[in-house]
Every structure is written in C-alpha cells, then in structure tokens.
Design a protein around this ligand. Structure first.
Ligand code: IPE
Ligand code: IPE
Ligand code: MG
Length: 250
C-alpha cells in the first residue's frame, strides 16, 4: 500500500499552504557572472538561500521541501565545476546537519548515489540516519537525480521481485519503488532563474503540481519571494480534471 494517494487514481486534497514544495534552484552561475565572480561563488551564495528557504518553509507549515541540487545531466559540466559542486555539497552537509537535526528536520537524499565517492555516500547515510525520526520538515536533496532514472530504477525493482500480473502492472505497483515514496506529490513546483522547463526533475510526481516560474536568480530568492510563490499557489483552482462548477458545489 502506498503511503499517500496518487493524484491520478484518487482526487487528492488541495491544501491552502502547499504540503510539499519542490524547487529547481537555478541561476547561480548567472548571479556570479553578473558580479564578475567565478560560478562557484554563485553556488556558495545559493547555499545561503537554501538555509533561508528551509526556515521560511518550516515557518509557513510546509511539511516537505525538495531541492534539486545536481541533475543526472550536470555531469556534462566542466570537470572543475562538477568537483567543486561535490565538495560544496559535502561541506554543506557536514556543517548544516547538526543544526537541521536540532530544528527537527528530517533529511533525505534521492538520486543515483553510485556515482558519488564513498566519503560523500557515508556522510549522506549518516545524516539521514541521525535525522530519520524528526517530524517538523522533511528536506529532500535531489543529487545525481533524474526523473527518467527514477522511473527506470523503480521499474527495475518492480519487475525483479514480482511476477507480472495478468492484466499488467498498475501505478500503485510502481509508486512504492519511486525514490520519493515517503512523500506526497508536490503541490507547488518552483523554478528560479527564468527558464521554463522541468530539466528531468520529478517527472512522475509533478503530474498535478502547480508550476511557478520566476526570473529571480536562486541566490536572490528570499523569504518574500517564497511567500509570493505560495500566494500564487493559494490563488489557483486545482481541479484535478474536474470542472469549476463541480468544485463550487463541493
Ligand atoms: C543551478 O545554477 C545550480 C546547479 C545546476 C548545480 P546553475 O549553475 O545552473 O546557474 P545558471 O543556470 O548557469 O545561471
Ligand atoms: C537544473 O538546472 C538542475 C538543477 C538546478 C540542479 P540546469 O541549469 O542544469 O538546467 P538546464 O540545463 O538549464 O535545463
Ligand atoms: Mg542553470
């Protein structure tokens, strides 16, 4: 049994404040370039934004926050940037995890960890273990994550341990194997940095998310910007396939 209902097989709740926000944190490089700084300076400033956004989400009563930190296609970047991003990720984990734990944050990392070095993998597992019983906010970092990778790894797990049912598999068979099976589907998707695309983020899980794009670069995205995104979400009518009239009659 899946922990949360699926937006396609049942009509989900549409909470006033999003229960789950998923963010593509984009624009660090351009933020740095505008200031004649190296790209990594933008990534470092981006970590500060992460800190602020976690706090703001907790204050707003958001229960799940998912941040896209490194995509399965980001390996295509110059080797130097990739290795600095890995170092920054490890450093941020080392520095922040105790604070997150004190604040009751449960940390999860989703993505193909096989490509990371053993030191980083150990750090990830230790951080997840330390914070696993926390209940204030579940913070998921998507690292070496790709939506297609996620669907494929789930499918491989599914076919490995069950005989195919006579009438084929259902959504409910696949869902528990997806990387984010422990969270409800995102209510609100935010992408900073001005691009209007999904870039292979949570393909399956975004089926009925409200999409919000802003040209604000990630290092400039602050509490007020987050609150604006949430206000935009709150003003929308989430129909999940039904008509407005049906919603009004409810
Ligand atoms: C997002 O910022 C961070 C990562 C993808 C790791 P970018 O590095 O993509 O910044 P831009 O898009 O080049 O400005
Ligand atoms: C998406 O940003 C991935 C992350 C923010 C981690 P990119 O900057 O890699 O996306 P594209 O290449 O512009 O689509
Ligand atoms: Mg980018």
């Amino acid at each position: 049994m899946a922990l949360f209902s699926s937006s396609t097989t049942a009509i989900p709740e549409a909470p006033q404040v999003p229960r789950h926000i998923a963010i593509i944190m984009d624009g660090n490089g351009r933020w740095a370039k505008k200031r004649f700084l190296p790209r990594i300076a933008g990534h470092k400033r981006g970590v500060e934004t992460v800190r602020e956004v976690i706090k703001a989400c907790a204050e707003q009563g958001v229960q799940y926050l998912t941040l896209f930190a490194f995509s399965s296609e980001n390996w295509r970047r110059p080797q130097e940037e990739v290795s600095m991003l890995m170092d920054l990720f490890a450093l941020a984990l080392e520095r922040e995890v105790v604070k997150l734990h004190k604040n009751g944050v449960r940390l999860r990392v989703v993505g193909d960890l096989l490509r990371f070095g053993p030191k980083l993998v150990k750090l990830i597992h230790e951080s997840e273990h330390l914070t696993r019983d926390n209940a204030s906010l579940t913070l998921t970092i998507a690292a070496n994550y790709g939506g297609r990778w996620d669907i494929m790894q789930a499918m491989n797990k599914l076919v490995a341990h069950a005989d195919q049912p006579e009438h084929g598999y259902s959504e409910a068979d696949l869902a528990p194997h997806l990387a984010m099976h422990y969270a409800p589907e995102p209510d609100l998707f935010i992408r900073t940095g001005g691009e209007q695309r999904i870039s292979n983020f949570l393909l399956w899980q975004l089926a009925y998310a409200e999409l919000y794009f802003t040209s604000t670069l990630w290092p400039d995205f602050d509490t007020e910007a987050l609150n604006q995104a949430i206000a935009s979400y709150t003003s929308r009518e989430r129909r999940f396939g039904r008509t407005s009239e049906q919603l009004e009659a409810h």
